[in-house]
Design a protein around this ligand. Sequence first.
Ligand code: NAD
Length: 285
Amino acid sequence: MAAHLIDGKALALSIREQIGKDVAQLAEQANVTPGLAAILVGEDPASAIYVKNKKAACGKAGIYADENKLPASTSQSELLALIDKMNADPKIHGILVQLPLPKHIDSKVILEAVSPEKDVDGFHPYNVGRLVAADPVFVACTPKGVMKMIESIGQPIEGKRAVIIGRSNIVGKPVALLLMHANATVTVCHSRTKDLPTVCREADIVVAAIGRANFVTRDMIKEGAIVIDVGINRLEDGRLVGDVDFEGAKEQAGWITPVPGGVGPMTIAMLLQNTLESAKRFANK
Ligand code: NAD
């Protein structure tokens, strides 16, 4: 049986359309335009494309985007000064520092300098703590997008067995917390997990966030499972694939996300959502 496709592109588009309407309403009712400051340090081509796409998405939704491109030679104190400026700018409700940063800059120091009230990426320890305590303010965009995709199926999450492959701070751990808060029974697997295929086969929900092309194969998936592929891997022939062997897995899964066109577009939609939510909180102050 071929799995149902969870079309992240279509879902993200409908969410972005709604955000556009909400942005217009906020401008009309409270005279507030949500504003996002994106900070890019250096010349990393992938990062430049990410920032360009995020800026374009803001524009389409009516969100003000302030793009700050800094040379790779920017010092940590110069970057901190810019973040301070954005923290104090009333036109800005969200600050995004595109990672990775050049090696001479300490990412931890930078992410902690972003005001937790404008931390639309949800990476500040304050927001991580709020998520752990099941009382989140900003939820990181990719994990939030993963949850929206699972919820879009319309099946209860409560009581399901969920297996997350990958334990990174930006994907694996927050996804595990969100699924736990939704009353799934969660197992987090990682590079030291023993007999991962057996653990994986028990899962009603599999979230793959590893960064290894086609790692999750058909034989690791329980029949009818929900399979969410966060991975983005570039093959030698230039093709973009996920962490799940899509062709094999779709014959076994009940629902599956494609790469590209799955989690990626949802991440951008959630960034816009977080910026809008932040602007609403500032407007209500
Ligand atoms: P990471 O490198 O920080 O973490 C990878 C995790 O995979 C680690 O916890 C590691 O323990 C685990 N792992 C590695 N090898 C393994 C193995 N053999 N068996 C089991 N676990 C193993 O990566 P990340 O930042 O979490 O990103 C993961 C993937 O998701 C990457 O491909 C990345 O590009 C992609 N990603 C996509 C989006 C999006 O918007 N779609 C956002 C963030 C990350």
